[in-house]
Design a protein around this ligand. Structure first.
Ligand code: AHG
Ligand code: MN
Ligand code: MN
Ligand code: MN
Length: 337
């Protein structure tokens, strides 16, 4: 093996030596999740050849019709983590309630939350999709595990990451001391460190939002996007570009790679919901990664990772990416209150 290449295992062992907060159980957990993502990537890459496309004709707790790959990816992650001894319980976008692992041995101290397949609307059209995960410590010392154990603010995360199934299969991780990226070497089946200490530029000319919702946005979002669209002649004095993949993983990966701002704000379509994206297993892990890469992540009025959750599947308005742009759109929200 080319000794210049650093494998995920070597990275985790070296990281554990340097940072006492990375316990052996946490290292094992990340190795297990990384292996599960490899397994999911194999199913994703089969496409029409593997009976993985199309709808599962079932509905999840979000009220979404599940895709076959939503269900497959969820099962892969549950099965991979069930017997590792490192977890107390798991929670998933695709499961109504938590899944407590069988504890015929000392219970693990970690809680794993995941969006097993993010960007489901892109599965059948061969556009990048991904898996998002968040790791919390079980802080209560009572024997059992309940949903309440999961209701911790994002700043309590022990680790977070995602795997993007795109032209490359790339695993992106943080333990709170920077962001590292690992590319899957399909020939050897190993994850190879391809970027470390990722940094998001503070400024950008690229925004990501679903423009078809424009007529439903609140004024501060409308103001921010109108100014971007006004280009050089407008108050921003520069032209902007727009991207919207409709897979949060792909949009966030682009932002971690070259900067940008991602907005999925509250809108009038469902005024009683704070937003579309889920706090615990989409917004929090992505916010952790983005902040660790020097960016910002707010819900328009507060830091996403400061939000105290009240429900496992609660939703949130999301603005994240290049810190000066997120600050600007957040300032517009605060000026409007
Ligand atoms: P999921 O597929 O896990 O339900 O998440 C989809 C989310 C997110 O990935 C993406 O940014 C957003 O939905 C796209 O929403 P629109 O289709 O409304 O643009
Ligand atoms: Mn979904
Ligand atoms: Mn998602
Ligand atoms: Mn999903």
């Amino acid at each position: 093996m080319n000794d210049k290449r650093i494998s995920l295992t070597r990275y985790l062992v070296e990281h554990q030596r340097e940072h006492s907060h990375i316990q052996p159980q946490l290292r094992l957990l990340i190795e297990v999740v990384a292996r599960a993502c490899k397994h999911i990537a194999i199913s994703v890459n089969k496409g029409a050849l593997g009976e993985v496309l199309g709808s599962a004709d079932t509905e999840n707790v979000q009220g979404e019709v599940q895709k076959k790959l939503d269900v497959i990816a969820n099962e892969v992650l549950i099965e991979a983590n069930e017997w590792g001894g490192h977890l107390a319980a798991m929670a998933s976008e695709e499961m109504d309630s938590i899944h407590v692992v069988p504890h015929r041995y000392p219970q693990g101290e970690y809680l794993l939350l995941f969006d097993p397949l993010d960007g489901s609307s892109n599965i059948d059209v061969n556009v990048s999709i991904g898996t998002i995960f968040s790791v919390l410590r079980k802080v209560s010392n009572h024997r059992g595990v309940s949903e309440e154990d999961f209701l911790q603010p994002g700043k309590q995360q022990a680790a977070a990451g995602y795997c993007v199934y795109g032209p490359q299969t790339t695993l992106v991780l943080t333990f709170g001391d920077g962001v590292a990226m690992f590319t899957l070497d399909r020939e050897t089946g190993s994850w190879v460190l391809t970027q470390d200490q990722v940094q998001i530029p503070a400024d950008t000319k690229e925004f990501a939002i679903n423009m078809s919702n424009m007529r439903h946005w609140a004024d501060p979002v409308r103001r921010y996007i109108d100014e971007c669209l006004a280009g050089k002649e407008g108050p921003r004095g520069k032209d902007f570009n727009m991207r919207w993949v409709a897979s949060m993983v792909a949009d966030v990966h682009r932002i971690l790679t070259r900067g940008g701002v991602f907005l999925y704000p509250w809108d009038r379509r469902e005024p009683n919901k704070p937003g579309k994206l889920r706090l615990m297993y989409e917004a929090n892990p992505m916010a952790f990664l983005v902040e660790q890469a020097g960016g910002q992540a707010t819900n328009g009025t507060q830091r996403i990772m400061d939000i105290n959750p009240s429900a496992l599947h609660e939703r949130v308005s999301v603005m994240l990416g290049s810190k000066n742009e997120v600050q600007r759109v957040t300032d517009y929200h605060q000026a409007a209150t």
